[in-house]
Design a protein around this ligand. Structure first.
Ligand code: SF4
Ligand code: SF4
Length: 254
């Protein structure tokens, strides 16, 4: 008698595909994953698609069109568990830069025939539209963390993903802090762990590609960045990257 495997669906919204590819990048583990789940909908991996409902849906990308705002509600309705993956799905992505600008001006600057472009004025995370069971941060996400999240949901347990900062990973690697030792600005103190402190390990300041950690102390880091010589405009720019869909300007009196 065959045992039915849980079904997995992978969905794309406004994004570059990098986070979906992280699953295909799990070369050593991919066969094991494919043995545990029925890949029911994953256009990058399988031509055939199966009808929902799906046990676990991974959602990549942000909502930038009225059609996608409708489609994500349909995906949610078909998914027992819905996990968003990557900066676009969890925070709006690089395309959320338009949230701070005049979108019509952007369109007429970028496209030769702007009248063909139909878009919302904002790029928003999936959680702004439907309930989400778990958000996995990163641009792109880390494959070990993705496998942990998948395994956890398939076994009905909570994912074991640390909510600490990149600084914690620096300490685990025995790195000398580049901010303290060299005065290099680094967003590690407010950035979600997951990359293994990749940039500081090579003497480069973290620029926050894993998004904000739980309860980040940005006020304290802002003071430190000022001591390191950054003005408010420069500080706004480092905080307002692809993990931010809403933003308050840095106040000089903070
Ligand atoms: S180098 Fe950056 S991430 Fe590492 S400990 Fe210092 S501030 Fe934190
Ligand atoms: S920018 Fe920060 S979070 Fe991203 S890889 Fe570098 S150290 Fe890690």
């Amino acid at each position: 008698m065959s045992v039915e495997r849980p079904t997995l669906a992978v969905w794309k919204f406004a994004s570059c595909d990098g986070c979906q590819l992280t699953l295909l990048d799990c070369e050593d583990e991919l066969l094991a994953v494919a043995g545990e789940v029925e890949i029911a909908y994953f256009l990058e991996a399988r031509r055939a698609t199966l009808e929902g409902p799906y046990d676990v849906s991974l959602v990549e990308g942000s909502i930038t069109t009225a059609h996608d705002a409708e489609r994500i509600r349909d995906v949610r309705a078909q998914s027992r568990k819905l996990v968003t993956i990557g900066a676009c799905a969890t925070a709006g992505g690089i395309q959320a830069l338009k949230n701070f600008a005049d979108v019509d001006e952007f369109i007429s600057t970028v496209y030769a025939t702007p009248e063909y472009v139909s878009t919302l004025e904002t790029s928003t995370p999936i959680s702004a539209h439907v309930p989400v069971d778990f958000e996995l941060h990163g641009c792109p996400i880390n494959k070990r963390q993705l496998l942990e999240v998948l395994t956890a949901f398939l076994h009905g347990r909570k994912p074991n993903i640390p909510s600490t900062s990149v600084c914690t990973e620096c300490k685990q690697r025995g790195n000398v802090c580049i901010t303290v030792a060299h005065g290099t600005p680094c967003l590690g103190p407010v950035t979600h762990a997951g990359c293994g402190a990749l940039c500081p390990t090579y003497n480069r300041g973290c620029y926050g590609c894993f998004g904000p950690m739980e309860t980040p102390n940005t006020v304290s880091l802002t003071r430190r960045l000022r001591v390191l010589g950054m003005d408010d405009r420069a500080i706004d720019r480092v905080f307002r990257t692809f993990n931010v869909s809403e933003f308050d300007e840095v106040r000089a009196d903070e």
